[in-house]
Design a protein around this ligand. Structure first.
Ligand code: SF4
Ligand code: SF4
Length: 405
């Protein structure tokens, strides 16, 4: 079961104030604000534990000044898992605060889902009318229109079809059954990745079964809103009503959150779903691919993914793999963080993208739809004649490669 804020007291006291977390924190790098980094947040939480401070809107604001990238955890000599503590602290804040019906409505899944449906309709209109292609042609001109221009270019890059093929239902040498946790991006905005994943996995003998899953709940989990998060777990457990070998995700964030479900409910079904959750890339690790043409390709490693997928990319025959500085650093886009701290989020994304532009990369391959948002956000911040394209690994493999024997 999930630990409460008070259960982390000893871990918070382990912080030696060495300040090493400053050197890896993407938010600190851009803001130079001590409250952005773990050490600063632990100082505040220490004050709360001692009774000198209390949970307030300001404390919550500083706790929210974090992308959840986990870089500080990996670097901390005391081995403190800062993100888990921040989540527990935010949960404590919600427990102690009277939240009005209006604020509850603003935080509700109903509103979030309605917003996604509206974005999905806009995306569909842009694609079928061909407006996507027109925006792409005039992209550099549109970027000159400041904030709104940048947001339009960002939205267009996400909704444009990069793969364009429908799902093929031919399963060759069928051996494994899996339910497909498609995630919000595939479901509402652009199903390119879903089609590419289905087509590649079906050739590897994996049959993907659709279920009507809801959002994995990552933004509610990271916000400490366990009430809403648990509602989504229950909905997804209901939808997961079959006996399969895997629960497949093509999103590094969904993958990490589904594995967390069992820490909230230890029922047989929840544990089964968490234990069977598998990243789609894990099923193609032993397949070699060959590219149709020579391309300069680099990767962006999502904070919630392992380094494994990078080897798949490095092993693609015929590409020129480009090592880019900070390829494993946060892209700056992290659900609510990007909404609440737009300027900081955009600046982190912009700085990240510059490394790829300097190296004349054609494609930046990644495995998380949220990172595609971050990378495209960074691309919309720069106005150069030649830019790389951010692309999902499966879309790249399905579009530009064939399995090599
Ligand atoms: S690196 Fe770890 S121990 Fe050092 S200040 Fe940051 S959180 Fe504290
Ligand atoms: S998780 Fe990332 S953004 Fe948050 S405090 Fe740690 S290094 Fe900074």
């Amino acid at each position: 079961m999930k630990k409460e804020f008070k259960d982390y007291q000893e871990e918070i006291y382990k912080c030696s104030r060495c300040g090493l977390c400053q050197s890896v924190c993407p938010v600190f790098k851009v803001t130079l604000n001590e409250c952005a980094v773990s050490r600063g947040k632990f100082n505040i939480l220490n004050g709360i534990l001692k009774g000198d401070l209390r949970f307030s809107d300001n404390v919550k604001k500083y706790l929210d000044l974090c992308t959840g990238c986990n870089a500080c955890k990996d670097f901390c000599p005391s081995g403190i898992d800062a993100c888990k503590i921040f989540i527990a602290a935010k949960h404590e804040y919600y427990k102690n605060k009277k939240i009005s019906l209006f604020v509850r409505f603003l935080n509700s899944y109903f509103l979030f889902k309605s917003f996604l449906v509206c974005l999905g309709i806009a995306a569909f209109i842009l694609r079928v009318t061909g407006i996507c292609k027109i925006i792409k042609i005039f992209e550099n001109l549109i970027l000159k229109f400041g904030y709104l221009g940048k947001r339009l270019v960002l939205f267009n890059s996400l909704v444009s079809s990069k793969y364009g093929k429908a799902r093929e239902k031919i399963v060759q040498g069928k051996t494994k059954k899996a339910v497909y946790f498609e995630g919000c991006f595939n479901k509402y905005i652009n199903d390119d990745t879903k089609n590419a994943v289905t087509n590649i996995l079906s050739r590897c003998g994996v049959e993907l079964i659709d279920r009507n899953f809801e959002c994995c709940g990552i933004s509610y989990l990271h916000d400490g809103n366990f009430e809403q998060f648990k509602k989504l777990i229950n909905k997804n457990i209901k939808a997961f009503d079959c006996d399969v070998d895997y629960v497949i995700t093509d999103c590094a964030s969904c993958n990490s959150v589904l594995k967390e479900y069992k820490n909230f409910y230890d029922t047989e079904k929840t544990v089964d779903l968490s234990n069977k959750t598998t990243a789609a890339v894990d099923l193609i690790k032993n397949i070699h691919f060959e590219a149709f043409k020579k391309l300069n390709v680099a990767v962006h490693k999502p904070c919630h993914d392992s380094y494994d997928f990078i080897n798949i990319v490095k092993n693609i025959k015929g590409i020129n793999f480009v090592d880019v500085e900070d390829f494993d650093k946060c892209c700056g886009f992290s659900g609510k963080f990007a909404v609440q701290n737009q300027k900081i989020s955009r600046e982190i994304s912009r700085q990240k993208i510059l490394h790829y532009v300097e190296q004349d990369v054609d494609y930046i391959i990644t495995t998380c739809p949220a990172c595609l948002l971050g990378l495209n956000q960074g691309l919309a911040e720069i106005n150069t004649a030649k830019k790389p394209e951010a692309i999902n690994l499966f879309v790249f493999l399905a579009k530009y490669c064939k399995p090599s024997i």
